[in-house]
Design a protein around this ligand. Structure first.
Ligand code: SF4
Length: 331
């Protein structure tokens, strides 16, 4: 992966992964920072510099390790080895208040995080599922650190229950030969190809994502898809109907019969609007005041009749075209 500069916490260089990254990116300029959470050089940048900031790599030590209970596909959300990524989805929920924190941050204390996870997993009343990819795209991160390969192999040996992560990328080759023992659930996030091309900038195209899903299934991983986030552009019915038809036609029946499906509607915010207006003036407008209303300060979500219609439409499409797959939830 091509980065333009590295911003690092000096402490990070005392960890094996920190040392490895220092070597790997020795040709780049390294800027020392106090904290990966507040990089003043980035905060001072205008919104228009958003895409260029995403080409920086941030290296630090994760200090917060609190698990959050969750009632979707996983039982716990686990802060893990990275946050943010190098792609630019125009709705990315990791874009934060200071608008500059969605760049890729790598946390080098991975041994501490995996050890905690394995120990925790041994102590719960029942085997549980741990979402390790809610703050980043771990498959993308893996191309820099190989952390995912390391995690899947070690969790298979010392963890109890299952780990899971979603992705919008297709670089699954290094995961295929691993002895995962069915303890990793792979979830591919998908959207109509036109949305991927114009709104999920820098992610893998749909056909590559579906091929990667197939490969992971063939390698014995439990698999799921997320249709996410559903974006109600003016022609949403046509776009999502085509997408579900494509899934039904391309994916083999055996895979579909084992597949879990999650459907998540887009949420958006005032911060996204301002960044996208300045940084991507030609991108499609995602804020539609006739369909969206506020949830918390400056946050928007789909509501009302159109939302209900979309939920009904998608559940009917899935029931008709992919009856073998299990719809877990829509939210
Ligand atoms: Fe955000 Fe995921 Fe898109 Fe990266 S791939 S920009 S983490 S939504």
């Amino acid at each position: 992966m091509q980065f333009q500069a590295v911003y690092y916490e000096p402490d990070a260089l005392s960890y094996p992964l920190g040392k490895q990254l220092k070597q790997q990116y020795s040709a780049l300029t390294w800027h020392s920072i106090e904290s990966h959470n507040a990089i003043s050089q980035m905060r001072r940048q205008p919104n228009a510099a958003f895409a260029s900031m995403k080409r920086n790599l941030i290296i630090g030590v994760r200090k917060t390790h609190r698990y959050t209970e969750n009632q979707k596909i996983s039982d716990y959300l686990v802060p893990y080895t990275s946050s943010g990524c190098t792609a630019i989805c125009l709705y990315c929920y990791l874009v934060c208040h200071y608008n500059k924190c969605a760049y890729l941050r790598l946390f080098v204390n991975r041994e501490q995080m995996l050890q905690k996870l394995c120990r925790f997993s041994q102590k719960t009343a029942k085997p549980a599922v741990y979402e390790i990819g809610s703050n980043s795209d771990l498959l993308l991160e893996n191309t820099v650190t190989h952390n995912l390969e390391w995690t899947i192999s070690l969790f298979a040996k010392s963890g109890r229950g299952q780990i899971t992560f979603p992705t919008k990328f297709d670089m699954v080759e290094p995961l295929l030969p691993l002895h995962h023992q069915g303890k990793t659930i792979f979830r591919m996030s998908i959207n109509p190809e036109r949305i991927i091309r114009t709104i999920e900038l820098g992610t893998s195209p749909l056909f590559k994502r579906l091929a990667a899903l197939q490969k992971m299934y063939d390698a014995g991983y439990p698999c799921g898809i997320l249709i996410a986030p559903v974006i109600l552009l003016p022609d949403w019915e046509t776009q999502y109907e085509q997408l579900i038809t494509q899934l039904a036609d391309i994916l083999p029946s055996k895979l579909k019969s084992k597949l879990t499906v999650e459907v998540i509607f887009m949420t958006y915010s005032y911060i996204h609007r301002m960044i996208n207006r300045d940084a991507f003036p030609d991108a499609p407008e995602l804020y539609d005041p006739t369909l969206m209303s506020g949830r918390g300060p400056g946050k928007y979500y789909y509501h009302g009749e159109q939302r209900r219609r979309a939920e009904l439409f998608l559940s009917q499409q899935l029931a008709q075209k992919m009856p073998e797959s299990k719809l877990l939830y829509m939210c």
